[in-house]
Design a protein around this ligand. Sequence first.
Ligand code: 5GP
Length: 214
Amino acid sequence: MTIFERYACTSCCFSVSEVVPIKALEEKILKEGKVLAGGVLKVGSFLNQQIDTAFLKEMGAEIARLYRDSGVNKILTIEASGIAIAVAAAYEMNVPVVFAKKNKSSNVSGDIYSSKVESFTHRTVNSIVVSKEFISKGDRILIVDDFLANGNALLGLSELITQAGATVVGAAIAIEKGFQKGGDELRAKGMRIESLAIVDCMTESGIEFRLQNN
Ligand code: 5GP
């Protein structure tokens, strides 16, 4: 991905005096992201409502690069906002995407795997379901989502995979909010998580990213 100069956030976290490289996604978050109350980052201009398809393709290619040689044969995500980036990654990896639905509806019939996920943005607890026909024992599954905050979505999706006797290869996330502890806690438990950008702090006046070597 294209390299840009790092934005120095002086109003929060630690101060960064030197200029270090950041990735294109970080630059895009700085330009287009909006910091909302409650630790919510809005990226409706390129990922969550309007989708920048050329940029989405780049993110998909980056996820495919990170998980090449991992034997992934399927991607699992959760409706609705994980689907776009999951499809972009799956297209690059030449594997299918399955998305968990948030409520059992008439078009999810028959046997299902199910777990519960507390929504970060709505604070409600949803059942998430996937038809048993779409996840099988022996599948090696990559979980893909747009955001990682407290880790509830990743835990719920992992639970569906475990119920099927399949393997969680890891997770790929567009934007992790590192100041909410889901990512660090799941990594400490041994889960591989690759985030294209990690926001370590954000206020209305600045956003600070974690340096990563990937
Ligand atoms: P978690 O389950 O890790 O607490 O939250 C992840 C889920 O909540 C993602 O599927 C994402 O849709 C939503 N989410 C969490 N934080 C944000 C945020 O700051 N902005 C947006 N747009 N969605 C978020």
